[in-house]
Design a protein around this ligand. Structure first.
Ligand code: HEC
Length: 255
């Protein structure tokens, strides 16, 4: 071999050798392996964190995902509920709902209950000011969340119930034996409940009815309660003598 060829061979070898690490790195980047990668700067790659639905030896029951501690609530429940409310009513937040920033009041709002001598009972009255705006919001939210079952007038014959009746008439309802007609919200059975009781039904559901706490924020739930009252009062039978004289005359003349 002459000198030129030797030099060529030498440089060629060096270049080839220099490529080996790059090839190894490229290979490592794409291969799948159980062996942990070599971390030159480990940062916070290896942390004893929990993945959803995995077990953990840290806790006696080996459940990685922890249940709620009884008697407590997640901070976000409060923050998110209020953020949603603030976004929905940027203008009346301060005016109508300041009461929510009071921790004690908030707890009542959240659960629809008050503690009297350590005994929890439903609060009788909606714990935030019932304004025209709150009721209007309640109507809107009722029409969205409740009317499909309970009907726009609250009498328990919403679209879903009508559909079920039609299926039954055609003998097609597969759930024929299990369908429960939604309650008539205008009757005494529901209207006699304290405000906190109706709030509790919306929050936690009851028997065949599902809970709406995850869909409807706190203040909207109270707004809905106010509208359930409106439905009750507006459909209540009033004895004729209790009507204002002008209305009585008008009705008599109409006959
Ligand atoms: C998917 C259908 C459905 C929707 C939506 C629904 N409900 Fe109901 N609701 C029912 C049924 C069914 C019952 C009767 C439960 C039973 O007796 O098993 C009921 C019962 C009730 C009761 C009566 C509880 C009692 O003590 O008798 C109230 C109050 C009520 N619902 C309010 C609401 C409000 C307010 C909303 C809207 C946030 C709502 N519901 C949405 C189906 C529904």
């Amino acid at each position: 071999m002459n000198r030129k060829a030797t030099l060529f061979f030498l440089i060629g070898s060096i270049v080839m050798a220099a490529l080996i690490p790059l090839a190894v790195i490229a290979d490592r980047r794409y291969e799948r392996t159980d062996i942990p990668r070599i971390a030159i700067i480990p940062d916070m790659d290896k942390m004893p964190y929990l993945k959803p639905e995995r077990s953990s030896d840290l806790f006696a029951d080996h459940r990685g995902m922890r249940p709620h501690i009884p008697g407590t609530m997640a901070r976000e429940d409060f923050i998110f509920d209020n953020m949603a409310e603030q976004r929905a009513h940027p203008n009346n937040w301060k005016k109508d709902h300041v009461v929510l920033s009071n921790g004690k009041q908030f707890q009542r709002v959240m659960y629809g209950q008050v503690l009297t001598n350590g005994q929890a009972s439903f609060i009788n009255h909606i714990p935030i000011p019932v304004t025209r705006r709150l009721i209007a919001r309640g109507e809107e939210q009722f029409d969205i969340f409740c009317a499909p079952c309970h009907g726009y007038n609250g009498q328990g014959n919403g679209t879903v119930n009508i559909y079920d009746s039609e299926l039954r008439a055609e003998g097609e309802s597969r759930e024929a034996g299990t369908w429960v007609q939604p309650s008539n919200l205008t009757l005494i059975g529901v209207q006699a409940l304290p405000d906190g009781g109706i709030y509790d039904v919306v929050t936690n559901g009851i028997a065949a009815m599902a809970a709406y706490k995850d869909q409807i924020p706190v203040v909207d739930r109270w707004a809905i309660v106010s509208y359930v009252r409106v439905l009750g009062l507006s459909q209540k039978k009033v004895p004729a003598y209790r009507l204002p004289a002008t209305v009585r005359t008008e009705l008599t003349n109409r006959k």
